[in-house]
Design a protein around this ligand. Structure first.
Ligand SMILES: Nc1ncnc2c1ncn2[C@@H]1O[C@H](COP(=O)(O)OP(=O)(O)O)[C@@H](O)[C@H]1O
Ligand SMILES: [Mg+2]
Length: 266
């Protein structure tokens, strides 16, 4: 198995040393994540997201609980990011899923922490204009998956194909209410420990965006995880809409739908 390590740059190999490890296959992206006791090595193809992940982790140091960068290196169009390991569990861990109101309260707290960050000098914008530009590129290159999507996105009661969805998104842009958005605020990307937020990870899409970018994906992630969509336990009763009570805001269902649909193209 150590063969896997052959392509890892020498400096990183030395930092890792003989530590035991396991491979994490939770993420939906094409990245590879190797977990050590105290550090994580994320290997991904160099792209706008991998660059942004590094940039945003740096910018968020001392602003929010995010990993520390231990070493970063690029070789053969691949980014190797060695970072500290966030303690605790992913928020989709059963110990939290089994306590829905605690989980929702914590996820809402996490959102409020993100929104409290001053975005004046935030180095990246993921506003609609930017997201739709990226989405257009992806549609044109045929990169949009029609399989890993919500059930009703495409088909009889949905859109014909990614291009049809993109046209709808371009003509139905909602007014933006800009905050610091995580960009992929789903349960595996929010870590909890002792009933507190212990960290945010997977920050490649983090930047300035509408508040509903994160609200919508959090809502969808609660829904999918409670339905057992990723092979976990399926719950018979769950109430993701309680997220809005915890956030003390009136839900804007149009925006929830819009941002979930937008994410289908990524
Ligand atoms: N710094 C970290 N601390 C703890 N766990 C991590 C860290 N980075 C990644 N992981 C683990 O690896 C998984 C996948 O990493 P992530 O950065 O979310 O990649 P992906 O883009 O594939 O979702 C996470 O859900 C988490 O379980
Ligand atoms: Mg992730």
């Amino acid at each position: 198995m150590r063969d896997y390590f052959k392509k890892i740059p020498e400096t990183i190999q030395q930092l890792i040393g003989p530590r035991p490890y396991y491979i994490d296959d939770i993420g939906m992206s094409s990245s590879q994540v190797i977990c050590f006791d105290d550090m994580i090595l994320k290997i991904q193809e160099c792209c706008e997201e991998s660059e942004n992940e590094l940039r945003m982790i740096k910018w968020l140091q001392r602003k929010l609980p995010v990993p520390r960068i231990l070493h970063e290196e690029r070789a053969d169009n691949t980014q190797f990011l060695l970072m500290s390991r966030i303690l605790g569990q992913m928020s989709c861990d059963e110990s939290y899923m089994d306590r829905e109101s605690v989980l929702i309260e914590l996820l809402a707290q996490g959102l409020k922490m993100l929104w409290s960050v001053d975005i004046t000098d935030c180095p990246y914008s993921n506003s609609l204009e930017q997201k739709l530009r990226q989405a257009r590129g992806r549609v044109e290159q045929g990169l949009c998956d029609m399989e890993n999507v919500q059930e009703d996105t495409y088909g009889e009661n949905g859109f014909r194909d990614p291009s049809d969805l993109l046209s709808w998104l371009e003509t139905h842009k909602p007014q933006e209410d800009l905050v610091l958005a995580h960009g992929d605020y789903c349960l595996p990307n929010v870590f909890l420990q002792d009933d507190k937020i212990s960290g945010f990870i997977d920050l490649g899409r983090c930047g300035i965006a509408d508040r509903y970018q994160d609200i919508a994906l959090c809502y969808r992630s609660l829904l999918n995880n409670y339905q057992g969509a990723y092979g976990g336990k399926a719950y018979s009763a769950f109430h993701p809409e309680r997220l809005f009570e915890a956030l003390e805001i009136k839900p804007d269902w149009e925006k929830v739908r819009y941002y979930i649909l937008l994410d289908e193209l990524f």
